[in-house]
Every structure is written in C-alpha cells, then in structure tokens.
Design a protein around this ligand. Structure first.
Ligand code: NAD
Length: 494
C-alpha cells in the first residue's frame, strides 16, 4: 500500500497533520494507498522552505536553470513507462493515454529548456547619444499550483517547469485522488540536479488549498479545476493580493457542417470522450440530413468502444474517477431522459467480470438534446455525448457563444470561408478547424474565455512566462563624461 506524505527540500516528509485521504483504484474500488492531508502548519513549513530557496534560485543564471531542465526532460522520457503505470493505477485511463499525457507534459519541459532565449527582452535607444530604455522580466518568488485529478502528470507540468525556469520556487498541491505520479516526478526532478526547496509538493484538500491562498509568502497561484472552485480560488487569491490564473470547466462544441468528412468527425468525437476539459461533449450537426448521417455513423462507434481497466491493452475507455462521479453521471443521464432527450446508445448497463465494484460507464449518446437541458448546460465530465441539431451555421455559432463556458470549440468543414468566419467569431479561447481537442502545443498557450478562465493569463508558452514574471522597465541616461573629457567644476544647473 502506498503511503504518501509531502515532498520538501528534495525529501519525503510526513508532515504533522493527522488527517489522511484514501486513494482508490477506480477499476476495482479498492483502497490502494493513503495520502496525508496537510494542515495549515504543514503548508506554512513547506512555503517557508520554498521562500528560503527563492533568492538563490532567482540568482542562478537562466542557462544553468536550463541545464537542469534538459536533464529533467531526459529522466521523464526514460521513466515514462513506470510513470504511466503509476498514473493509470490511480486515475484508471489506458496506458497509451497515460503515456500521451506524459509526452504532452514533457513538451512543456522542452519549452522551458529555452528559458535563456525566452527571457530576452526589449531595448530601445530613445536618444542614440545618451538615453536608452530596456525591460527585464524578474521572477515573482514562491508560486503555487493547485491541480485536478484528470491529468495528474500533464496539468502540473503545464505550470511548474515554466515557473521554475523563470526563477521562481514552486509548491504544488495535486489532486488528492491520484497524487502518486507527481511524487515520483518530484524525485526525478531532484535527481536532475534541482536544488532543495525549489520544487515542493504538499498533499492535501481544501485546507491546504486555502492555506496557500492565505499565505503571505505565496506570490501567485495557478489553478486548474472546476468552475465553482476556480472562482473561489480567484476571488480569495486576488483579494489577498496574489496573481491568479484559474483554468476551469468546459462544454466544448464540435460543429459538423454538411460537407464535413464524417469519418474524421466520428474519430474526433470518439477520441475525445470522457473526463477531459477538452472533451468534445456536444456535437452540433448543421441540417437534418447531416444530423441523421452523423447519428448513423456514431452509433456503431460508440457501441464498439472497449470499456476495460488499464491493465487490458485493448482498453479505450477506463472507469471514471470515483463513486461520486459515477453517481453524478448517472443522475445526469436520468435527467436527460426525463426531459425528453433520446438516449440512442445507453452505456450504463455494464459489468466487467472481476471488476464489479469498479466505476465503469460505457459510452452514452444522446440525440435531440436542447439548450435548456442540464445535460447540455452543465459539464458532465464523463463519457456522455450530446447531439444538438441546428438548422443553420448561424444557429451553431449562436449556441457556442451563448454558452456559459468558453474553453474550446471545433468546426469540421471543407470550406475555407466557413472555417475563417468560425475562428474569427467563436467566443472561446481555443479553436480547432478539422482538429479535435485543439489543445495547443507547449510553445503556444492554453486557456478559455468566459467562465472557463478567471484571470488574465493563459497557461504555458509565452503566457506562462508572462504570468510567472514581473516586468521591470528601466530608462537610463549616460551623459557624455570621461570619454569626452570629464569636468570637475560645479555646473550652472543646465
Ligand atoms: P476540482 O475543482 O474538484 O479540484 C481541483 C483542485 O481543487 C484539487 O486539487 C482539489 O483538491 C482542490 N479543491 C477541491 N475543493 C476545493 C475547495 N473547496 N477549496 C479549495 N480547493 C479545492 O476539480 P476536479 O474534479 O479534480 O477536476 C475536474 C475539473 O477540472 C473539471 O471541471 C474540468 O473541466 C476541469 N479542468 C479544466 C481544465 C482547463 O484547462 N480548463 C483542465 C483540466 C480539468
């Protein structure tokens, strides 16, 4: 059984709190580990350690920080199989999915390896003879991260490689549901040569999160999670004078134009199912004929999705994370039926031999969903796809722009004009054209609009560098002096 404390000063530390959480294997429901739930005192100890390490790390040249990042990248690559297994055993996703998530996280480390170049700044000669202005980006101090369960390796990696490369020290509070992979990665980061106190992990729940929000030595908080919690994090953190970015919930629409390649559309919808903030959970076919053809193409694909634990190499859909999520998804499905949506594929009735207590739900497909239904309005965060039929392209754009969330969206079409109009007008932070789950590569930035993001900065890429640094602009005058012959007499004031 795994028993996790915290990771501080490059060592495991049990902390002083006597509260713990249980970690479960969602495929069996069995308890596989326990993790400490930090107290306010534990958080204080860890933040103070990070604050003590901050000045020396900020003074370490960016090229030396990059050298450690290169080593960290190599260790992550070398240990990917081991990390993926640990991740899947607590999250439940298939091993290829876990490896893909680690690979996407490694891309951010690769971006951070370029930090000497990324921190280069602007310089202007105001008056070529004497006056110049230039700007620098300086680290903030201690930055904290609070992350969700659904990408337990990748989402923390969106944050701390950039923050640390910029010269900050970092305290990460991962999800209490699947924290083991982060603890192993912390060990690898130490092995890469990171000085003690630069990267720390505090395990915990709301108590630890709030302690970070209230701690005077935490300068900034990156949060990824649900909208209700993100709004709380943003409000509390900014009231306490911290810089906050809170990336939150989503309901991503995929618009299917009449000329779309339906094979690609179904691949996109099936491949993005489940517990992902970039899941394409609403398909919006334009026109009745498109809708009928889409349903016809989707039904066999949804039915054929292989639901199995990660230990089965043919698994395409693992269990959902917890009994609570399982129950919540079932409630939504019943609500959808009560309100008149048509459940054309019902994945509820599924039992896997040997995994009767696991939290498995097969793919579910709802047709004739309307904008007033909770299955349309809320983020279900499970393998439930809703089809909302619309009469025109304008109706599709209206639907997306009126929704509370604005994380991402995509359109599938062969027409350049529709694609161009779509990306220009969609009120979301991320747009895909013939591309599902348009999560940008690490050297671009990721984030939503509307109630999918609180704060000003998107995450990773140059937005990550901006979030994790303060801009300072200097103007200097060097009057002609010793070079042209110094004068030592008092001047007349000119
Ligand atoms: P969650 O909001 O329940 O938890 C996120 C983090 O907040 C966890 O570390 C948790 O311990 C902490 N937390 C929980 N309750 C808290 C409270 N009352 N006060 C302070 N902290 C608290 O989210 P989750 O269920 O782990 O993850 C799923 C959610 O994350 C979905 O809504 C999904 O859309 C969102 N998500 C968003 C993105 C994005 O980029 N926008 C990416 C991944 C996931």
């Amino acid at each position: 059984m795994i028993i996790l404390g915290h990771f501080v000063s490059n060592e495991f530390w049990p902390g002083v709190s006597n509260r713990i959480s249980e970690i479960r294997n969602p495929a069996t429901g069995a308890v596989t580990g326990k993790a400490a739930l930090a107290s306010i005192e534990d958080v204080d100890t860890i933040v103070k350690t990070a604050a003590l390490a901050a000045p020396a790390w900020a003074a370490t040249p960016p090229a030396s920080r990059a050298t450690i990042m290169f080593e960290f990248r190599d260790l992550l690559t070398k240990h990917t199989d081991e990390l993926a297994e640990l991740l899947s055993s607590e999250h439940g996703k298939s091993l290829p999915d876990a490896k893909a998530e680690i690979a996407r996280g490694i891309e951010v480390v690769e971006f951070a390896c370029g930090i000497p170049q990324l921190l280069k700044n602007e310089h202007s000669e105001i008056d070529a003879e004497e006056v110049a202005s230039f700007s620098v980006r300086q680290p903030l101090g201690v930055v904290a991260g609070i992350t969700p369960f659904n990408f337990p390796a990748m989402i923390p990696l969106w944050m701390y490689p950039v923050a640390i490369a910029c010269g900050n020290t970092f305290v990460l509070k991962p999800s209490e549901k699947d924290p083991s992979v982060v603890m192993r990665i912390a060990e690898l980061f130490a092995q890469a040569g990171l000085p003690p106190g630069v990267f720390n992990v505090v395990n915990g729940d709301k108590v630890a999160a709030d302690a970070l929000l209230n701690h005077p030595q935490v300068e900034a908080i990156s949060f990824v999670g649900s909208t209700a919690i993100g709004q709380h994090i943003y409000a509390r953190g900014s009231t306490n004078g911290k810089r906050v970015q809170a990336l939150c919930g989503a309901k991503n629409h995929l618009v299917v134009m009449p000329d779309a390649d339906l094979d690609r559309v179904t691949d996109a919808l099936i491949g993005s199912a489940g517990e992902r903030c970039m899941a394409m959970s609403v398909a919006v076919p334009v026109g009745e004929d498109t809708a009928n053809r889409l349903i016809e193409a989707l039904v066999p694909r949804v039915r054929a999705m292989k639901v199995a634990p990660f230990t089965d190499p043919s698994s395409e859909l693992g269990p959902v994370i917890s009994k609570q999520s399982y129950d919540r998804i079932h409630t939504y499905i019943e609500q959808g039926l009560d309100m008149g949506a048509e459940l054309v594929v019902d994945g509820r009735d599924i039992t896997l031999q040997g995994y009767e207590d696991g939290y498995f739900i097969g793919g579910c497909l709802f047709d004739h969903v309307t904008a007033d239904m909770p299955i349309y309005k809320d983020e279900i965060f499970g393998p439930v796809l809703s089809v909302v039929r619309v009469a025109s392209y304008e109706d599709a754009v209206g639907l997306i722009n009126d929704h509370e969330f604005g994380n991402g969206t995509a359109i599938f079409t062969r027409e350049g004009d529709a694609a161009r109009d779509f990306w220009a007008r969609a009120r979301t932070g991320i747009v895909g054209v013939n591309v599902p789950i348009p999560v940008p590569v690490a050297y671009h930035s990721f984030g939503g609009w509307k109630r999918s993001l609180f704060g000003d900065h998107h995450i990773h890429g140059m937005e990550g560098v901006r979030f994790n640094t303060r801009l300072k602009t200097m103007t200097s005058r060097w009057s002609s002096g010793i070079r042209t012959g110094a004068k030592f007499n008092f001047t007349d004031g000119k």
